[in-house]
Design a protein around this ligand. Sequence first.
Ligand code: ZN
Length: 151
Amino acid sequence: MTCEKCMDRYLSLDNGEALPRGIRAHVAGCNRCMTEIRGFEALREEMTSLPPESDRDLADEVMMNIRRLSPDRQTVSTGRWLAVGITLLLSVALVPLGRSYLWVRQTWGMSFDLPLFLVLGIVFVLYCTVFIAVHVDELSHRFKILDAFLK
Ligand SMILES: [Zn+2]
């Protein structure tokens, strides 16, 4: 057995599983693998001897750091939202002018138009729905301003 194969087999063992005969035979004649395996065994024993409380403290510390580093709420500027909306709308409007659309139309005829524009319309309506849901506070504020203007 080669050293590489020996270490592969060793690393595929479950924690605390007894060494198979092949690995024991190789390790008996190979100092390098014996040293490496002893190092792993010492490390495993050290890790299992750690008190369980230390794991929880580490997890709490990691979670505190994650909360501290990541903002509570990610926001996308209204300008970017509008840029995406305009791009989407232009894409829908420009589809009939595209070369691939003409090819599709020549190949399948006009029966392709209705499903295509239904899908594009649904995508645009979904975008508008998400836009309104995300900006509901801003929009209601603007409409109140408009209401005050109309009175
Ligand atoms: Zn070896």
